[in-house]
Design a protein. Sequence first.
Length: 251
Amino acid sequence: MPLTANRELNRYVDQELRTMPIAEAAHVFKGALVGIERETGLVRNLEAGDLFAGIAYEEIDNTDGDGGDLSVRLYTQGDFILSISHASQASVGAPVYAVDSDSTTVLPVSGGSQCGVLLAAVGVNLGIVRIMPMSASQVEHAISVPLTSSTGAATTNPVMITQRAIRVLHAQVSFNTVPGAGALDVGTDNSDPDELVDAFDLTTLTAHVPAALTLNFRDVAANQRIWAKVGQASSPAGVGGVLTIRYIELP
């Protein structure tokens, strides 16, 4: 409901450090570039495709623990000297991308997580980076599209056109009425779109219940059309089909 009176909100005065829970079996090292594991929202030593969370203020070992058992403090603000591939004075102002817990680059790279901006080059492949956790370029997107099903033939359904290269994080499908036969393929080939998802058996679905799809491949180049092909059904045809894809845009 809209506010009808003044209120006081708790706020963080210090923006430099944040405490975040660690992923299962993760061992975060002091000084590591730390990423958010998108499936769990927990942090770990950054891996390609993670959302950049900050730089570890301390070492925390959760090797034998479950997700969230331990937490780590992260720098979420500040200027840090980092090893940066291809950094030079001419690239000052360029975005910096993290590709693992130690490696960064100023070159756009598939799976790179934007972690900040280069302020100055201070040596060969060495620079000052102003870190920017959870950069807008790594924000997750989602798209949901209807799927048609027919007992007469397979149906090919348009999903999206990529404006930039993307990495698919998760995909799921559901039908209100489960088709009596047929498989689901998702990909970029109009005639046989199976690059992302290949031959998911739609008859294994439960009505109204979304099912996660196994991804064969996650990266799609820019300016590609993605299609979803629903195999020919026997009676009944599928009704109320929906495909949902979560993704990030890549540099």
